[in-house]
Design a binder for this molecule. Structure first.
Ligand code: UT7
Length: 320
């Protein structure tokens, strides 16, 4: 009685940048980055990779995995904070590339909570009986907006895309959406970027400026709280959950959340080591990886949660 993920796909640019290469640009070391963040490598977009091209490739793989035709898609939602252009939106570019003629299309920007937001919008539309099949994508080219002289941010981020095909396994009125979304705009200043919006009109630089410590504190406090809310809404106990799929911001954040929830770290799959933080793409990419590894079986219980700039945070419960 849930809105299920019936297909997944992901795309990573070819070029891999390891910590040693980063250490040739800024005063840091492989040891510091691995110990403080968990990141070993990240993929960086090549000249031909754009937010739309990566989203499209991930989407093609998800459509294939779900065994559907693009014409069956009713809605395309792309979460991104790094689109090269404001108009047209990335989702419309994906719609064109897939020839998904029946689909509406729009982008959402709630940063690293973007996939969570997209899922909840699509699920709500399904429960209202307005759509049957949705394609929800997270796609990011963060390297474009990184200040490569700032060791506080350039060590963290990477590029890539993850896509999911969503469908309900029941009639619209029976759909359950055990989900929550939150925002605190008063803390928006802790992660900013003015790309594409006329930098002289807004007080932010045209690259990511981040108060890492503040976001760290926010995440380790708010994510366990939001997981508690999701568990209450779904009627599940924390010990019953098979996997907690969290936004991949920092390995230490995830370890700290596992500790606070008294759960074994093996229940918190991670891809931050290989990919770094790819904002809204992290979660759908991780789902795709787990699916390909055969770790998601019918009935597997998941709590999926994101957090990031805005500030925004939230999540949902899902049985695979
Ligand atoms: O996706 C959502 C958005 N982002 C996040 O979630 C990021 C969350 N925050 C973080 O991941 C961490 O705060 C960072 C990885 C960004 C920083 O790690 P930290 O353990 O919080 O370091 P810090 O900022 O407290 O800095 C500790 C020390 C400082 O030196 P002093 O003042 O103690 O001498 C920094 O200057 O580490 C220094 N430092 C570095 N040293 C080597 C900061 N960055 C680096 C670096 N290499 N890359």
């Amino acid at each position: 009685m849930f809105v299920k993920i019936e297909g997944t796909g992901s795309f990573l640019p070819e070029r891999v940048v390891d910590n040693f290469e980063i250490a040739t640009k800024v005063d840091t070391s492989d040891e510091w980055i691995q110990t403080r963040t968990g990141v070993k490598t990240r993929h960086i977009a090549g000249e031909k990779d754009t937010v739309a091209s990566m989203a499209t490739e991930a989407a093609r793989r998800a459509v294939r995995d779900a065994g559907i035709s693009p014409e069956e898609i009713d809605m395309i939602i792309v979460s991104t904070v790094s689109a090269e252009q404001t108009l047209p939106c990335v989702a419309c570019e994906v719609q064109k590339a897939l020839d998904a003629r029946s689909a509406s299309a729009f982008d959402v920007n709630s940063a690293c909570s973007g996939f969570i937001t997209g899922y909840q919008i699509a699920a709500g539309q399904m429960k209202a009986g307005l759509i049957r099949t949705a394609l929800v994508i997270g796609s990011e080219c963060l390297s474009e907006n990184v200040d490569w002289t700032d060791r506080g941010t350039c060590i963290l981020f990477g590029d890539g895309a993850g896509a999911t095909i969503l469908r309900a396994d029941c009639r619209p009125e029976e759909i359950q959406i055990p989900a929550v979304l939150h925002a605190d705009g008063s803390k928006g200043h802790v992660l900013t970027c003015s790309v594409g919006h006329g930098k002289d009109k807004v007080p932010f630089a045209d690259y990511y400026q981040m108060d890492g410590r503040e976001i760290f504190k926010f995440a380790v406090k708010k994510v366990p709280e939001v997981i508690g809310e999701i568990l209450e809404k779904s009627g599940q106990e924390v010990d019953e959950i098979d996997y907690f799929i969290l936004h991949q911001a920092n390995r230490r954040i995830i370890e700290s959340i596992a500790k606070r929830l008294h759960q074994d770290e093996s229940k918190f799959p991670m891809n931050i080591m290989d990919n770094g933080n790819i904002s809204s793409a992290c979660i759908p990419m991780l789902l795709d990886q787990l699916r390909r590894e055969g770790r998601l079986e019918p009935g597997t219980k998941l709590v999926i949660a994101g957090f990031g700039a805005g500030l925004t945070w939230g999540g949902f419960y899902l049985e695979w």
